[in-house]
Ligand binder design. Structure first.
Ligand SMILES: [Zn+2]
Ligand SMILES: [Zn+2]
Length: 244
């Protein structure tokens, strides 16, 4: 509520101050959806077919249609599908935006990341589910960072019911970065819980996170949500690594 009070002032400032690109501080064209200039916009690698129908993995070869990847055939994930907006390359704009937002507290990156999510590809499925659930942080990490990036990203869909506490992190874990796939799976095992099953029972859910790497975290979350009685879990992340 209190935030809304500042909205008119924000719009007024937008009106008087030219928008600068969050990446290069260059001028942004008036019609741009986010504070990103054309040159930086052109650097963004959007996720595109052919990709895995289940985990959303983008295939290296541009040949062929969307299909189920070998990994998902061997071991079907507990979610129906995972999708991401952009590709996460170490030196690309998506990685830069996410890292600056998450670790550098650059809040001006948030609207940019939200714009990447607010595309017809995602608006439609988001409108068709019962609940958005952000991947939770442990209270210790939340205290360190001051915010849960997944929760703020999920607010890209303000019309959708958002349950910030449907899923909680019951165990403090070391950061997934730097761990191999097996270690990542072990690291998040039994790290999540659904405190009130009635909150998710029979619901179609979209689980929201910032980056999909091996999928270990969202798989563990989806498993816990399904166990608690969720009807279906989809995963939506802003970015996705190119290959596993
Ligand atoms: Zn720029
Ligand atoms: Zn797959």
């Amino acid at each position: 509520m209190a935030l809304n009070l500042f909205k008119p002032l924000g719009s007024l400032l937008d009106f008087f101050l030219p928008r600068l690109c969050v990446f290069c501080r260059g001028a942004v064209s008036e019609g741009a959806a986010a504070a990103v200039c054309q040159a930086c916009q052109d650097q963004i690698q959007w996720v595109a077919s052919p990709l895995c129908l289940r985990c959303g993995r983008v295939f290296g070869s541009k040949e062929g249609a969307d299909r189920i990847c070998g990994l998902c055939q061997k071991e079907p994930p507990p979610f129906v599908r995972a999708r991401a907006a952009v590709l996460y390359d170490e030196d690309g704009p998506a990685a830069s935006a996410i890292k600056q937002f998450k670790y550098g507290r650059r809040m001006d990156m948030l609207p940019v990341l939200q714009t990447w999510l607010r595309t017809p590809t995602f608006l439609e499925p988001a409108a068709a589910v019962d609940l958005l659930v952000p991947v939770p942080l442990h209270s210790r990490r939340l205290k360190e960072r001051g915010f849960n990036q997944a929760l703020l990203l999920a607010r890209a869909f303000p019309d959708q019911p958002l349950a910030r506490d449907a899923l909680v992190r019951v165990r403090h874990t070391v950061p997934q970065s730097g761990l191999n796939p097996k270690e990542r799976r072990e690291n998040v095992k039994r790290a999540f819980a659904v405190p009130r099953a009635e909150q998710v029972k029979g619901k179609k859910i979209i689980l929201v996170d910032d980056v999909y790497t091996t999928g270990a975290t969202v798989k563990e979350c989806a498993k816990v949500l399904m166990k608690a009685g969720a009807r279906e879990v989809q995963v939506l992340t802003v970015a996705r690594v190119r290959y596993e």
